[in-house]
Design a protein around this ligand. Structure first.
Ligand code: SF4
Ligand code: SF4
Length: 325
């Protein structure tokens, strides 16, 4: 895996300051049943890193101490963490909203068929990856059979009420490009997804998040090996919009790794850039007594968040007409 750090450091990014914390994004570990080409976590079936229950308890304590209202659970496949159900049910019982970043295929793996029903019972918001509405594109990015499996699981989620008006169960989908290009305008793509998934597969969902690929880890390494790293950075930088700086997720979210160390976002976590650009990583326990630094650690990859319509865990920031300008 080629290190992208020297290349990223050549691209200066404007300063960003944190203005609140309303969400802890907890990375429950790097274990996943898939090994997708674009994965910025290098997740896969052989990864051993998993958050323990003591760290999860600490996250609950920090949420209470700081009136944090939301846990955003990511991985790997977060459901593969053996304490996933305990964390979700405890958080929900305390009134904390929970988002699960779901790779739908996990619900067809032996031992994980409980996932859709459990998420529905707990009223968890699902953000499910489906990087394209075309089977060929999804399978080439994620592996053979991933598209069909994802479709079957999305149907199960719909049957449980997800994506249906009035159910209170939110199902959002995530698109990311299948290469070194920017996502198309989110609203237009969402309309395409809604039409094609309903007509072809009878699937309904709430919103589509169109996320740019980050030039880090597995995807960054691929760009380097194909000689596409600098052209992709040029593309991101040319499409940078200052307006998007107001909406980047690091202004309101703190990312926690499987050991409990803190970062400004999941991408910084993968680059091992400690919270606020400090010399060493702070631990979650520090948030019980000490405020996080106001400044955010930025680097060249941050252009992936501010290019075009903007891109963050919650999708685009601006309207497509503006983004396309
Ligand atoms: S499903 Fe998600 S976490 Fe798992 S390998 Fe693919 S991109 Fe990474
Ligand atoms: S990559 Fe992370 S630190 Fe950089 S702008 Fe995006 S959310 Fe903020």
């Amino acid at each position: 895996m080629r290190d992208v750090w020297p290349q990223l450091a050549r691209h200066r990014f404007p300063a960003v300051r944190r203005d609140r914390i309303d969400c802890l994004q907890l990375n429950l570990g790097y274990l996943c049943n898939l090994s997708c080409l674009h994965c910025h976590v290098n997740a896969g079936p052989h990864r051993k890193e998993l958050m323990d229950r003591a760290t999860m308890q600490l996250a609950l304590d920090v949420a209470e101490a700081r009136a944090i209202t939301r846990f955003d659970l990511t991985g790997g496949s977060p459901e593969m963490n053996p304490h996933f159900r305990w964390l979700v049910s405890t958080a929900r019982a305390r009134g904390i909203a929970v988002i699960d970043r779901l790779n739908p295929t996990i619900a067809e793996v032996d031992g994980y068929q409980w996932v859709p029903e459990f998420l529905a019972e707990q009223g968890v918001e699902v953000v499910a990856s489906l990087p394209c509405h075309s089977q060929a594109n999804v399978d080439s990015q994620r592996g053979d059979g991933v598209f069909e499996s994802s479709i079957r699981v999305l149907r199960r989620l719909n049957e449980l009420g997800y994506g249906r008006p009035g159910s209170g169960l939110t199902l959002n989908l995530v698109y990311n490009p299948g290469g070194a290009f920017l996502p198309p305008p989110q609203a237009l793509l969402e309309a395409d997804y809604k039409c094609l998934l309903e007509v072809n597969f009878g699937i309904f969902f709430n919103s589509l998040y169109a996320l740019a690929n980050m030039p880090v880890k597995r995807f960054g390494s691929q760009l380097l090996s194909k000689g596409q790293f600098e052209p992709y950075m040029d593309l991101l930088k040319a499409a940078h919009r200052d307006d998007n700086l107001a909406s980047v997720m690091c202004r309101s979210l703190i990312s926690v790794d499987w050991r409990g160390f803190l970062y400004d976002c999941d991408f910084n976590q993968m680059l091992d850039m400690p919270l606020g650009g400090e010399d060493s990583a702070r631990h979650l326990s520090s948030l019980l007594t000490v405020d996080p630094p106001p400044q955010v650690a930025v680097n060249g990859h941050c252009y992936g968040c501010t290019a075009g319509q903007g891109s963050s865990c919650g999708g685009a920031f601006v309207e497509p007409a503006i983004a396309a300008a």
